[in-house]
Design a binder for this molecule. Structure first.
Ligand SMILES: [Zn+2]
Length: 288
């Protein structure tokens, strides 16, 4: 998959207070595209000193797989993450193949019409682009059912790894991003420092949508601030899996590439949430 830099615009503001004082004509609606079973140790750092506070959480957790529809009344319709494609209605392993595919993919539950393509059709959405928080399957699978029209841009964080296993008989992944060319990469280090979240990119240059670098769970992980005229919303992605992650200051667990960095990122999000309680938060795997 070819990668190209996402073209950065001049940022409209330099502080979140200025951003929030100037809400923009953008709205966000979250879809549950299915559910999956994930592990407690994958989603919570159980070595954290506060881990006792979540001892009631069972070892396996059934969670929603989310996608977020953005409508900017000037610039059109976008997604943050793609959730799941419709293949899970027929097969537990979705589009994955190989004799271990069912085992590797675990349990995914999806009802008819929950998949992202059906959701967008229901809403009569003509998509202009998808921003990915990161490229793990439960955030990109839905892209397999979406058009590869040149007018639809696929966008992730810089150096975000994408693992597409196609060799062997044991397991082959779902080719969810097949035909995406190029994948645009947002380089937050070229953005503006927005305390307390750090380097951020003003996507449209009007202060409506900000990509924030939140590495750790994955190398190029992004979170997104939607400066909606219905109130600001922070979409954390898997930088913060659950409300209880934020509440107890416990970073993501073993599903993360770098748990130490993921913990530091989570702590920035906790501080941001304390300073700006007016910002609604949507977590990686919690129904908003
Ligand atoms: Zn996830």
């Amino acid at each position: 998959m070819k990668r190209e830099p996402f073209l950065l615009r001049e940022p409209s503001y330099q502080t979140w207070n200025d951003v929030f004082s100037n809400p923009r004509p953008i709205t966000v609606e979250t879809f549950v595209t299915g559910e999956s079973i994930i592990s407690k140790e994958g989603s919570f750092n159980l070595a954290h000193p506060n881990a006792a506070a979540i001892k009631d959480v069972p070892p396996k957790i059934r969670v929603p797989v989310l996608a977020h529809w953005l409508r900017h009344r000037e610039f059109g319709d976008y997604l943050i993450d793609a959730g799941l494609d419709s293949s899970y209605q027929k097969r537990r392993r979705g589009r994955c193949r190989g004799i271990l595919a069912g085992f590797v993919m675990g349990n995914i539950f999806q009802e008819k019409g929950q998949d992202i393509a059906s959701r967008l059709k229901d809403k009569h959405v003509t998509l202009k682009g998808i921003f990915f928080t990161h490229l793990h399957f439960d955030h990109i699978a839905g892209a397999a059912d979406l058009p590869r029209d040149a007018s639809i841009h696929y966008i992730a964080g810089k150096n975000e790894p994408y693992l597409d296993i196609q060799k062997g008989i044991l397991f082959r992944s779902g080719e969810w991003l097949k035909g995406v060319d190029p994948l645009y990469e947002i380089d937050c280090s070229e953005g503006v420092d927005m305390p307390l979240l750090g380097k951020s990119v003003d996507i449209f240059g009007d202060g409506s949508l900000w990509a924030v670098s939140t590495p750790g769970h994955s190398v190029g992980h992004l979170s997104f601030l939607v400066n909606s005229d219905k109130g600001p919303v922070f979409i954390t992605g898997d930088a913060c899996f659950f409300d209880r992650s934020l509440e107890n200051g416990i970073g993501p667990g073993k599903y993360s590439g770098n748990m130490e960095e993921a913990q530091q990122t989570l702590e920035r999000i906790v501080e941001f949430a304390r300073k700006y309680p007016q910002v609604k938060r949507i977590y990686g795997h919690e129904k908003p």
